[in-house]
Each structure stands twice: as structure tokens, then as C-alpha cells.
Design a protein around this ligand. Structure first.
Ligand code: SF4
Length: 265
């Protein structure tokens, strides 16, 4: 069995506890306009222009994004750093794109890592069938669950899907007492209104302490250059106001909850 992977990052410290190896899956069911990894969205290999310095001069060349890998090939990369992982309380994080978009490969990889006693975190947009969550639940130690907003129409317009399934899956994980860190991309004009912040507040309140941590991820513009290098002309909607200021306002609004709220991952 093979999975389509577009990057493997070693020594990551922003994708869960400790030092981690992060596996980036290619393919995502959403199409968020702010996506800072647009090369992760298509579930197939594609060309992207990369700039490389050589003897002080910048060269541009097309490179293929995405590599088909077996479970054993991915596990071998993870095994390079198990000493750092156990020393730091780290592990492996499956990210993307969307790992649950390749469910059979993800399940096989999680099973293998679990047999090796490696801590596994899954970073997900939450848009997958309940059955996939049920299959993975016993072996995943931590869910980094993206919640992008509760306004149904804005969510559909800006990500391509309604939030209902995502919220149902989040409820399911909460009901199963899973470990969850909620990740909230702060995109001014999309999910920083009073309605949005109130919806986030109630969601956390309703989790009855199951969600202990929220990471607010301010919008940034890294994806724009990548869109150009992928030759995608889709307009990138640039929020007019400051996303870090919006994130600070959200921190204040959530202050009365028993939840650790961080800006950044
Ligand atoms: S869910 Fe994540 S990877 Fe998928 S399009 Fe949105 S931001 Fe990009």
C-alpha cells in the first residue's frame, strides 16, 4: 500500500508535544482561500516552480510535488529520530493536506507506529466519515482538530464545504474522551466577528473541559507565492485587518474559560 506524501519534516516543535517528525499528506477535501500549503490540496503529483541558489545566483526549476511512499518507507524516516522523540516526549504527527483523505494508508501507518510505541498525533480538518474516526480512535494519542468557523454559509463559501460534518466529528471525539487541541485559523473578515467568537466560546464551554488547549493561528500570506509557483491563478482574498490583533481579541474573549489559549501552534 502506498500513500501520497509531499513532505516529511524532522525536528518539528509546532505539531504537538516534544520533538516530532511531521508527515505531510497530499490531498485535501477542502479548498480554504487562506491555505498556506496550496501544494497539499490536489490528491495527485503536480509541478511547482522552486527557486534555488547556485554560486550566488538564483535559479528556478520545476519540481514534482508529492511522492508515493510505502508505510515502511515512511516508518523508516520516523525511526531516524526516535531517540529525540522519547527524550522530549515527542512522536510523529500526520498532517497535510488531510491525512484522513487517504484513510487506509493512514490507518496502516498509525497501526505500525503504534506497534513501535510511538506517540501519534493527527492534524485534521475534520471533514471525513465517522467510520474513519472510529477506526483510528484507539491508536491516536492526540487530535489537532481544525475548527474554522460556525457560520454555515461563510464556511461553505470560503472552504468549499459546510461545517456540519466537522462539528459532528468533533462532538464524537469529545464524547469518546479523546485528547484534543483545537486549532483555529484567525482570518479577519471570515471568522473574527462577534458571532464567530461567541460560537467558539460555546463550543469550548460545551466540551466540558475535554478541549484543554486552543491554538489561534493568525492568517499569513505564505500561500500566495506558492499559488503563483503552482501556476494557479485563483484570486487570493487578502484580509484587510490585522490577524494578530484579531487573535488577541479572541484570547480576551475566551479568558473566563478553563482553557489554555495560545497564539501560534
Ligand atoms: S483544510 Fe488545511 S490543507 Fe486543506 S485547504 Fe484548508 S488550510 Fe489547506
Amino acid at each position: 500500500m502506498q500513500g501520497l506524501i509531499f513532505d516529511i519534516r524532522r525536528f518539528s516543535v509546532n505539531d504537538g508535544p516534544g520533538i516530532r517528525t511531521t508527515i505531510f499528506f497530499k490531498g485535501c477535501p477542502l479548498n480554504c482561500f487562506w491555505c498556506h500549503n496550496p501544494e497539499s490540496r490536489n490528491p495527485f503529483q503536480e509541478e511547482m516552480i522552486v527557486n534555488k541558489p547556485l554560486d550566488g545566483v538564483q535559479y528556478s526549476q520545476a519540481e514534482t510535488v508529492g511522492q508515493w511512499m510505502t508505510v515502511q518507507e515512511v516508518v523508516s524516516k520516523c525511526l531516524l529520530d526516535t531517540a529525540f522523540m522519547s527524550e522530549s516526549g515527542g512522536g510523529v504527527t500526520l498532517s497535510g493536506g488531510e491525512p484522513l483523505f487517504q484513510p487506509d494508508f493512514t490507518e496502516a501507518l498509525v497501526n505500525e507506529l503504534s506497534l513501535l510505541g510511538i506517540h501519534v498525533a493527527v492534524d485534521t480538518c475534520g471533514y471525513a466519515s465517522r467510520e474513519i474516526f472510529e477506526r483510528l480512535l484507539p491508536k491516536v494519542h492526540l487530535w489537532l482538530f481544525d475548527f474554522k468557523g460556525a457560520d454555515i454559509e461563510k464556511h461553505k463559501e470560503n472552504t468549499g464545504v459546510k461545517p456540519d460534518l466537522i462539528l459532528q466529528n468533533l462532538d464524537f471525539l469529545i464524547s469518546q474522551k479523546a485528547e484534543i487541541i483545537l486549532r483555529y485559523p484567525v482570518v479577519p473578515g471570515f471568522n473574527d466577528t462577534e458571532f464567530d467568537i461567541s460560537a467558539l466560546f460555546h463550543l469550548l464551554d460545551k466540551s466540558r473541559g475535554r478541549i484543554k488547549e486552543v491554538h489561534l493561528l493568525p492568517y499569513h500570506r505564505l500561500g500566495e507565492d506558492k499559488l503563483r509557483r503552482l501556476n494557479i491563478s485563483k484570486p487570493h482574498i487578502i484580509p484587510k485587518s490585522n490577524s494578530t490583533a484579531a487573535a488577541r481579541a479572541i484570547v480576551s474573549a475566551l479568558a473566563s474559560l478553563p482553557v489554555t489559549v495560545k497564539i501560534g501552534a
